[in-house]
Design a binder for this molecule. Sequence first.
Ligand SMILES: Cc1ncc(COP(=O)(O)O)c(C=O)c1O
Length: 298
Amino acid sequence: MIQKFDKRNKDIKVWINGKLLHRDHAKISVFDSAVQGGDAVWEGIRVYKSRIFCFEEHLNRLVESAKSMAFTNIPCLIEVRNAVFSTLEANRMEDDAHIRLTLTRGEKITSGMNPVLNQFGCSLIVLAEWKPPIFYGKDLCLVTSSIRRNSPLCLDSKIHHANLINNILAKIEANHAGADDALMLDLDGFVAETNSTNIFMIKDGVLITPFAKACLPGITRGLIFQICKKNKFPILEQDLSVTQLYNADEVFTTGTMGELARVNEIDKRKIENKGEVFRKIQTLFRELTEKKGERLPF
Ligand SMILES: Cc1ncc(COP(=O)(O)O)c(C=O)c1O
């Protein structure tokens, strides 16, 4: 599943530290922490029909991640919110857009790892692109990766940081195997998530997803719990083995970039997806995208 260049993004403007710049001129310093050590946090956010979906939740997670990384001079929420609004307005983006919001530890006075070298405050980047959900209308084929998802013993997956090397290595394995994405296990061999999404299975009408120990507690994942609660679908968190996924009635992934996507193959084993629960949840999720979120002020 390879994304292609979307011509609508040819002349987009990108927000970098208070300036809106044409994409060809939107650059950050070689002294920035994102360049020096992947020392940044980020959010992927979607715009549907003049609303920023789950904006509050994403802003809160961005700031919590920055606090967990002990960033200093974190911009206040109003500042970040206004930067996002200004970027969308400059690009006339009211629907069908995806925002990659990145906050780095900022520029260093000289190269090096030590955050003491960061003396200018954070850098804020708002990259908004025309981008429909990337898995739209497609069933996914996954392959189990040999690369493990971080456990809290190594690096807490609750921090949404930009240092995605183990996910990228897993994705490379998926590419080599001709799969859409990689299924990543935790240090005990239980399923964590894919390299870019959370994962759910359905068995005998019950939705099951891994505990958020070695996966990002995704905002879309959280919405699935809310939808299930409201509509009385049984749902639980469990240590899940790959074998359980192979034998599931239905398997699907969740995330802002691709919304909800059905999985029809894992390690060359077919998932029959014979149930109807996924489609019902997907419809309920789509309904939420129509009404949940902050209205654009322009
Ligand atoms: C590794 C990983 N898992 C899951 C997700 C899905 O999270 P959300 O639903 O908040 O988009 C993401 C999104 O960035 C991710 O990077």
